[in-house]
Design a protein around this ligand. Sequence first.
Ligand code: GTP
Length: 333
Amino acid sequence: MRAVVLVGGFGTRLRPLTNNTPKPMLPVGHHSIIESVVSQLARGGISEVVLALGFRPEPFVAAFPDGTCAGIPLTYAVEPEPLDTAGAIRFAAMAAGIDGTFVVVNGDVICDVDVAALVAFHHSSGAEGTLHLTAVENPSAFGVVVLDGSGVVQRFVEKPAPGTETSNLVNAGTYVLEPSVIERIPDGRKVSVEREVFPLMVADRTLFGLATDDYWLDTGQPHLYLRANLDLLDGRRQHERCAAVAPGATVAPSATIRHSVVGEGAVVGDGALVEDSVLLPGASVGDGARVRDSIVAGSVGAWASLLSCVVGSTATVAEGLELTGARVPDPTA
Ligand code: GTP
């Protein structure tokens, strides 16, 4: 079975990390998010992946020069302009000639769902589409779903106003779809699967949902991206683990790395402290600097102090500077 993986978004909420790197190409542990997504699909019996690309296709092509990811053959469908989620599904499915049941995954979701079980449920219920659902504490940031006793989606409301949610079950970003769904998507314009296509299927009672309680996390915001890394480090994933410090990182013997992921080629100077943080490949932390609850892709000067900050790959935090809750450079400036 084939899967379309949506990777063409702008990743605005993760700026500045996504200024130069598409969100699915950012690492969780020492592998990219997209590798984790494709590995999970492979475990669920997916044999070919179509990457639905728009914004910045080049890093994907460069990262998988032999045309495979996690051992799965890739094809690329590059939209001439961003078509939004349903437009991207249609474009990729048409480009790849998909004519049977297929899977769609958001390329920024890290999860342990059993895709084969989702497909089996889809076939046994005779659904036109099946959504993987997960329970969350704050559903208003997601597509909120109400199911009836047989798994038919009765309501799908994308990002309802806080306090108006009618369920804590949300769209977890993995779908099994029949090709008839492609025909529901208008051609040649932006179409949101969550706002336009799913509500039509709900009205026709052809959309089903299957809730699971395995590991699930949407990496789209800095605190969640950080958590995805620390969860992997803490052994919370079913099939994946990661070492705290990549073999190609250089950490001074007098530095302290506590509950953090230090990427390939990162450098940590004498007496520095890195705690509850992620240093991306190539990041540097100067002598005596303190980095806590932060994500660093760029450079932190000696004796600087960061708490809950995000430092982009081209940024330098000046020596001795103290920052709390900052994004460097500021994406809103
Ligand atoms: P934000 O800008 O922070 O909202 O991130 P995003 O652009 O990734 O948007 P969102 O998280 O809502 O997107 C969900 C998934 O759909 C992600 O994997 C995106 O890469 C993907 N996506 C969103 N819009 C498009 C699009 O127009 N084309 C393609 N191919 N993928 C898209």
